[in-house]
Write a protein that binds this ligand. Structure first.
Ligand code: ADP
Ligand code: SF4
Length: 687
């Protein structure tokens, strides 16, 4: 059973008229599932309750068509027709004795109402925050009264849908109530603008409305951003935010506090440590007797205890740690904290919402498949008569396949060519800021090392001969992919014959050999056509070692896909701070001694830049040597006892680490099955 030092985490806490069974609180977070995939959403949230989260919240729930953030896919509570979908979630949460919370939202200036075509609303007439060519209308007194009515109605519908906690939300630079609070958005001269007291008026009124409407049976939570990291240009924890908490201290039943905007609230591990919000949110508890919840990517139970005992928070809030491991509380409760699948802070989960699809998670490949494929993060049906499996390659795909197969009762032999486990995870987690990513390897390896049914071999590069000799019935090839040296990617679809290969370093060279593969007194040009994180991390590595570094990319900005992980601005800032010259919108045109010729993507103009060595980060070639060799000898499989050979991970489809983990997991789920189950479709029924 659990270690008594963790008892404090399991104390019930009263929140107004309701009581949370423990101190694990899944704060509202988006999923990309929203109103379009209500069953997917309900199962996802229900599993968190099953895993021990005492409070489980929705994502932001739009209260009216004038807060329509299509194509994003949040929850909706526009009218009573939305109640049944939300009730699926509250039922799923209540089934396990947890409380269900709904975060009501009007997005104010943060929406352009692309679908509903309503006029956007704001405190003052201003351009909306999304880059859409439309402005918000300054709300009249009648608009304000209407908004209050919508919020009240939504709170009543929330209660009808079964929610125990109803949120009044002012955070993330995304909500009308926050826009009224902020001087940069609120230019009004009536009683809703000017002094803090006036700017706070609407918030106060809506809080009172909500309490009046449902406060007798539901707890009322306030979610407030207490700092925006904008200095004097924004709300500050030791400035107006403190005054707001002082003014409303005992009004809500619970304070949920964080920092704004979303990129500050959900900082990736590349840019922040566990507990990074404490310096900003820590003051709140000293001003109120009401329970306080805050987040900070908490995955360590010892840190959680420290946070509670030091009086910083009453609840351990979590979004990402609860996604990576929905059973985190249960694992602590049952004395298995070492088996927590810790969030690595990569923010791949956030890309779901940002690309309008159900989220995925690097650490938890089950996310998004709980309903569609009936996958559970902790249980996989065992096989009646499992045949053994040989897995070739100990990267994320091979490790996850091995781990999940052992859960099914399969005896696994895992062979890895190098003297380390983790494949690309091992290499990438040694790069600046990515150390936490090693958890992908460590959590899986730890599990495998506990089991007699897993044989693990390093320094075992397998050939087709070895595999045929092994006679193991099922073979998974997880041999990964290698970065290309010839420039082929999105901008250049054919190999660049002019590249002087003597002066080309590949990302694999740099990651495996380190900075010593860069010549002395040289300059390095990084050509990033991959457009996600890796080129920028390698740029950091090279520039930090004192080498003059230039970053050339066909994109208009550095690492554009990292917008989806909320990291783009931080990445570009870091490169600028390291004095890396950034040349956007250029492709490669020629290479001669000491010089690279690049071409403007718009004008076609050529330009020569100094270049001692070139590091192209463009695309990868699947390592299919073994797969091809085995297929060439397919006629020998039967005599050798081999029944199936399957490629998984990057050697099949080079992609994210999350994609490889998913691929390995799917292989284990469908192991040796002749009929692969088709995922369910969640269709919205026409009425
Ligand atoms: P993935 O993301 O698909 O898991 P990785 O590149 O991270 O891919 O890992 C692939 C692993 O496979 C690497 O650690 C590599 O050393 C290993 N590998 C490649 N070829 C062989 C082989 N013939 N025998 C054993 N291991 C191999
Ligand atoms: Fe954590 Fe990454 Fe999973 Fe998000 S995707 S929950 S950041 S491990």
């Amino acid at each position: 059973m659990r270690d008594p030092k963790y008892d404090i985490l399991f104390e019930p806490v009263k929140i107004g008229p309701v009581t949370a069974p423990n101190r694990f609180y899944q704060v509202p977070h988006c999923t990309g599932m929203g109103y379009r995939y209500p069953r997917t959403e309900a199962r996802f949230r229900g599993i968190k309750a099953e895993g021990g989260w005492g409070v489980v919240s929705t994502q932001e729930s739009e209260i009216h068509p004038s807060t329509d953030i299509t194509p994003a896919n949040e929850a909706r509570i526009w009218d009573e027709r939305d109640i049944p979908a939300l009730q699926l979630m509250t039922d799923a949460v209540h089934e396990h004795g947890s409380l269900a919370a709904i975060q009501l939202v009007h997005n104010g200036l943060h929406t352009s109402n692309r679908y509903s075509r309503c006029s956007p609303l704001g405190p003052s007439a201003q351009a909306v925050i999304p880059e859409d060519p439309i402005q918000a209308r300054a709300m009249s007194k009648a608009d304000i009264a209407e908004f209050r009515r919508w919020h009240r109605q939504a709170a009543l519908r929330g209660r009808e849908a079964g929610f125990d906690i109803i949120y009044v939300y002012a955070g993330h630079d995304m909500t009308l109530l926050q826009h009224f609070l902020l001087q940069r958005y609120n230019h009004r001269s009536d009683e809703y603008g000017g002094s803090l007291e006036n700017r706070l008026r609407l918030f106060r009124e809506v809080l009172a409305d909500t309490k009046d409407a449902v406060g007798d049976t539901c707890a009322i939570a306030v979610r407030l951003a207490v700092d925006e990291l904008l200095g004097n240009d924004g709300l500050q924890h030791d400035g107006e935010a403190r005054e707001i908490v002082e003014a409303l201290a005992e009004e809500p039943d619970l304070w949920d506090v964080n920092i704004s905007d979303w990129s500050n609230d959900s900082q990736s591990s590349r840019f922040s440590e566990e507990g990074y919000q404490e310096p900003y949110t820590g003051f709140v508890k000293s001003l109120t007797t009401k329970p306080v919840v805050g987040v900070g990517r908490y995955t360590s139970p010892d840190t959680m205890v420290r946070v509670l005992k030091s009086g910083l928070l009453d609840f351990i809030g979590a979004a990402r740690p609860s996604i990576a491991d929905p059973f985190l509380p249960k694992k602590i409760e049952t004395g298995r904290p070492e088996s927590i699948r810790e969030c690595i802070g990569c923010n791949i989960c956030i890309t779901g919402d940002n690309t309008n699809v159900p989220m995925r998670c690097t650490q938890n490949p089950v996310v998004g498949e709980e309903w569609r494929r009936d996958w559970h993060p902790e249980y996989i049906p065992t096989l009646a008569d499992p045949e053994p499996c040989l897995i070739v390659g100990g990267g994320p795909a091979g490790l996850e396949a091995a781990r999940a197969l052992t859960q099914r009762g399969v005896h696994v032999t895992l062979s890895e060519a190098t003297d380390y486990w983790g494949g690309r995870v091992h290499l990438e987690s040694r790069l600046p800021g990515l150390a936490t990513w090693s958890r992908v390897r460590d959590s899986r390896l730890w599990q495998l090392q506990q089991l007699a049914s897993a044989e693990l071999y390093l320094q075992s590069r397998l050939t087709a001969d070895n595999i045929l000799e092994s006679g193991i019935a099922h073979v998974a090839i997880a041999t990964g992919a290698k970065w290309r040296r010839d420039g082929v990617g999105r901008a250049h679809r054919l190999p660049l014959a002019f590249l002087d290969q003597q002066r080309v370093i590949s990302p694999d060279d740099l990651m495996s050999q380190g900075i010593c593969c860069i010549a002395k007194n040289t300059s390095v040009v990084i050509f990033d056509d991959d457009r996600f994180y890796l080129a920028s991390v390698l740029a950091e590595l090279v520039a930090s070692s004192g080498v003059k570094t230039t970053f050339v990319t066909p994109s208009a900005i550095v690492a554009p896909w990292s917008d989806n992980t909320l990291e783009q601005e931080r990445i570009q800032k870091r490169l600028i701070e390291l004095d890396i010259e950034i040349i956007p919108s250029h492709t490669l045109s020629d290479m001669s001694t000491g010089t690279l010729t690049i071409q403007c993507g718009y004008s076609g103009r050529l330009r020569e830049i100094p270049c001692g060595q070139l590091l192209p980060v463009t695309s990868r070639t699947p390592d299919n040597t073994l797969w091809t060799a085995l297929n060439d000898r397919r006629n020998q499989w039967q005599d050798s006892g081999i029944r199936t050979v399957t490629r998984i991970g990057d050697c099949h489809t080079p992609g994210l680490i999350a994609t490889s983990c998913y691929s390995g997991h799917q292989y284990a789920r469908e192991y040796a099955a002749t009929d692969k189950p088709q995922p369910l479709r969640e269709d919205i029924i026409l009425q």
